[in-house]
Design a protein around this ligand. Structure first.
Ligand code: C2O
Ligand code: CU
Ligand code: CU
Length: 486
């Protein structure tokens, strides 16, 4: 990595200024004058840091630097100079230690999205502030029965989260399966989006885009634009797909290939689920088997209507979406050629996940996500139960060890992906329709003007943590609440 320009350092250091974009219009060239972007490089994999003897100790340096995005030089933010940051591979029962070094111009911290670990002290504590120039030592103890699956890490300093992720701070975490699943090969696909100006700097985001939720012009997989990958027919690949976009919903399809879902977010499904299409809201992950057949296939995201801001042109209105979203966008191109790959043994079923539908419910509550008007400076208020985030206030108190049923209500005309830290949610009901399988996720989509019922087992840990909208612009604008389990 080379040092970044002073302008970028200033820009990335002074994050969170909604008004910044306003004066910048003249500085940025239009889309047509953008240099040609590299398409079709071979898909690369983030570097891997793997635990051994029950431990993994890593040093993550968050800092500005010169990296390659979409094949062109960019001044971005990165962990250890890489976008995505290194993949952390751990096992249930492991101790994971992370020294987070903050070389940014402003504060940051670290969140282990989806991990079932303590939110206290130097655990997965989002209230920690790591100031510029300082280091913080995190320690996470995974329970021996931690669900296997795909997780990820990213900054969680309120007000700066969307900007820091948009600029490149994210990486994958894999919790290994207790019994290995035999595949031809495994790949990690971290999907992100961002927008670069003509100089390769991350383009600032306007207040308007923050309210709608920013969508970057470049849609990237492991920092690459539509990279290609190759397999032989009859192979079984395992793809770990992470939606690390600030806002963008991914409706994924891979025509011509046979897809089986092993799990979503955390844990494995008991039976693999054949899928044609898969919706990943921001924060969601998919653990996917691709059973290959000869031919060229494009992993593509197609248009998803997530509604619009109140007062804008209604659901699906032009105010909310760009044309390229309507047409869909390619993520990776898979070419399957040659002789058949080595045949693999058939797969065993997963461990049956606990079904909370038969659990005694200790408390029922309702949480309402809404968008209010009349806030300062023309910004709308993004709220949960009518309140914006305040780290000194505890909004929800839950008894440790209990199972609760939450009705998540969305009173706004746009979708919000609802995320709860530490304790995964089982989806019980969507818009009045009972869900008839065990679906456990840590990000659950709340459709515009819709409602979803979930049950949560508040097991294993006590302490304060948060729930929020995973359109991270909305989280930064206040759509987050504090939960305390005690
Ligand atoms: Cu992926 Cu609270 O975050
Ligand atoms: Cu999280
Ligand atoms: Cu939202």
């Amino acid at each position: 990595m080379q040092p970044v320009s002073r302008r970028t350092a200033l820009l990335l250091g002074g994050l969170g200024l909604a008004g910044m974009a306003a004066g910048g219009t003249g500085l940025f060239l239009t889309l047509t004058s953008r240099p040609t972007l590299a398409v079709g490089d071979e898909l690369t994999q983030p570097s891997i840091l793997q635990s051994s003897d029950g431990r993994l100790e890593v040093r993550l340096e968050a800092g500005p630097g010169r990296v390659k995005l979409a094949g062109q030089p960019a001044s971005a933010l990165a962990y250890n100079g890489e976008i995505p940051g290194p993949t952390l591979r751990v096992r249930p029962g492991d101790v994971l230690k992370v020294s987070l070094v903050n070389n940014l111009g402003g504060p940051t911290n670290l969140h282990m999205h989806g991990l079932h670990v303590s939110p206290q002290g130097n655990g997965d504590n989002v209230f920690v502030r790591v100031g510029p120039g300082s280091t913080f030592d995190y320690e996470y103890r995974l329970p021996a029965d931690h669900p296997p699956g795909v997780y990820w890490y990213h900054p969680h300093r309120h007000g700066l989260v969307a900007d820091q992720i948009f600029a490149g701070l994210f990486g994958a975490i894999i919790v290994e399966d207790p019994a290995a699943i035999e595949v031809s090969r495994e790949r990690v696909l971290v999907v992100s989006d961002t927008t670069l100006d003509a100089l390769g700097d991350i383009q600032p985001t306007s207040g308007m885009d923050r309210m709608a939720g920013r969508q970057g012009q470049l849609l990237l997989v492991n920092g690459q634009l539509n990279p290609r990958l190759e397999a032989r027919p009859g192979e079984r690949e395992r793809w770990r797909i992470i939606n690390a976009c600030v806002t963008r919903y991914l409706r994924l399809g891979l025509d011509g290939q046979h897809l089986e879902l092993l799990g979503m977010d955390s844990g494995r499904l008991r039976q693999r689920l054949e899928v044609k299409e898969l919706l990943l809201t921001p924060g969601n992950r998919a653990d996917l088997l691709v059973n290959t057949a000869t031919g060229d296939s494009v992993l593509r995201t197609t248009y998803y209507d997530r509604g619009a801001m109140p007062g804008m042109m209604g659901r699906g209105g032009a105010g909310a979406v760009r044309t390229e979203d309507r047409n869909g966008a390619p993520l990776v191109t898979l070419r399957v050629v040659g002789d058949s790959g080595r045949p693999l043994p058939s797969l065993a079923a997963g461990a049956a996940p606990v079904d909370l539908r038969s659990s005694a419910v200790a408390a029922r509550r309702q949480l309402t996500l809404g968008i209010g008007t009349g806030m300062a400076m023309g910004m709308m208020g993004f709220t949960i139960d009518g309140r914006q985030f305040n780290d000194a206030r505890t909004d929800t108190i839950v008894a440790a060890g209990s199972v609760e049923e939450w009705t998540l209500v969305n009173t706004s005309p746009m979708d919000h992906p609802f995320h709860l830290h530490v304790w995964p949610m089982q989806i019980i009901e969507e818009n009045g329709q009972a869900v008839d399988s065990v679906r456990r996720q840590d990000v659950v989509n709340l459709p515009a003007n819709g409602r979803v019922k979930v049950r949560v087992a508040f097991d294993d840990f006590t302490g304060r943590s948060v729930y929020h909208c995973h359109i991270l612009d909305h989280e930064d604008l206040g759509m987050m609440g504090v939960i305390e389990v005690r």
